[in-house]
Design a binder for this molecule. Structure first.
Ligand code: ADE
Length: 230
C-alpha cells in the first residue's frame, strides 16, 4: 500500500511533514514530492500549488509516477452552508467543477460529454472518516464540494454555486483530484476545514485562519492514515 497525502498550499502539508520529520524529497515535474515510511506504510506527500490544473498534475503524478493506490486530500475551503463555521471540517461526498460551462450547447453546469457533473468519493474512506471523527469526539459534516479556478469572495457567486450544485463548501482543487482518481480507479477522500465564508470578508478570513484550519484538517487526515495502516 502506498498512500498519497495531498494539499494545495505549503501550509496544508506542513503539519503532516512536521509529524513525519524524516522524509526523502524528490523533485519531479516542477514540484517537490516527500516520501516517507510511516508505521510500516509508504506515504507520498505533496502540495500541488493552487487550482485545478496543478492539482490534476500532482494527483496524476502521485498515482502514475509514484504508484500511490489511495489518495487523501487535506486543506481548507470556503463555507456555503450556514451550518459550517471557521474551523469546522467537511468530508466531500461528491464533487463538481462549478466553473465548467458549456451550457450554450444545452448541457448542465459542470458537465462535458463523457464526463459527469459529480464524482463520488470512496464510500469506505467516508465511513472510516466518520469513525475517526467519533473517536476524536469531533463533529464532521458530510456534503457536496464545488471546485473552480476562482477564489470566491462574493455572496452572489457563492449562492449561485450553492443553488446550482447543492454545494456546502467550495475550494479550488477537490473536483479535479476526484476526476483523476476516478479515471485511474484510485479510492480518494477529500477533507476540508473551513477558513472563510466565501463572502466579501473571505480574503481576510482566509489569511487569518488558513494555518489553524489547515492544522485541523491535517491532524484529522493523519488519524485516518493511522486507521488505514493498523
Ligand atoms: N479555499 C478556501 N476559501 C476559498 C474561497 N473563498 N474560494 C475558493 N477557494 C477557497
Amino acid at each position: 500500500m502506498k498512500i498519497a497525502i495531498m494539499g494545495a498550499m505549503p501550509e496544508e502539508v506542513a503539519p503532516i511533514l512536521e509529524k513525519l520529520q524524516d522524509y526523502k524529497t524528490t523533485q519531479y515535474a516542477n514540484n517537490k514530492y516527500y516520501e516517507a515510511t510511516y508505521k510500516g506504510v509508504e506515504l507520498v506527500i505533496a502540495y500541488s500549488k493552487i487550482g485545478k490544473v496543478f492539482s490534476t498534475l500532482t494527483a496524476t503524478t502521485m498515482i502514475q509516477h509514484f504508484g500511490c493506490d489511495k489518495l487523501l486530500f487535506s486543506g481548507v475551503a470556503g463555507a456555503i452552508s450556514p451550518t459550517l463555521k471557521v474551523g469546522d471540517l467537511i468530508i466531500a461526498t461528491k464533487l463538481s467543477q462549478h466553473d465548467l460551462d458549456i451550457t450554450a450547447f444545452g448541457h448542465p453546469f459542470g458537465y462535458v460529454p463523457e464526463g459527469a457533473v459529480f464524482i463520488e468519493s470512496d464510500k469506505d474512506l467516508i465511513a472510516l472518516g466518520k469513525e475517526v471523527a467519533s473517536e476524536m469526539g469531533k463533529t464532521v459534516q458530510e456534503g457536496i464540494i464545488a471546485t473552480g479556478d476562482q477564489f470566491v469572495a462574493n455572496e452572489e457567486r457563492k449562492n449561485w454555486i450553492g443553488d446550482t450544485f447543492k454545494a456546502d463548501a467550495l475550494e479550488m482543487e477537490g473536483a479535479s483530484v476526484a476526476v483523476v482518481c476516478d479515471a485511474l480507479d484510485v479510492p480518494f477522500f477529500i477533507l476540508r476545514a473551513i477558513s472563510d465564508a466565501a463572502d466579501m470578508d473571505a480574503s481576510f478570513s482566509f489569511d487569518e485562519f488558513l494555518e489553524t484550519s489547515a492544522v485541523e484538517s491535517a491532524e484529522f487526515v493523519m488519524k485516518m492514515v493511522d486507521r488505514i495502516v493498523e
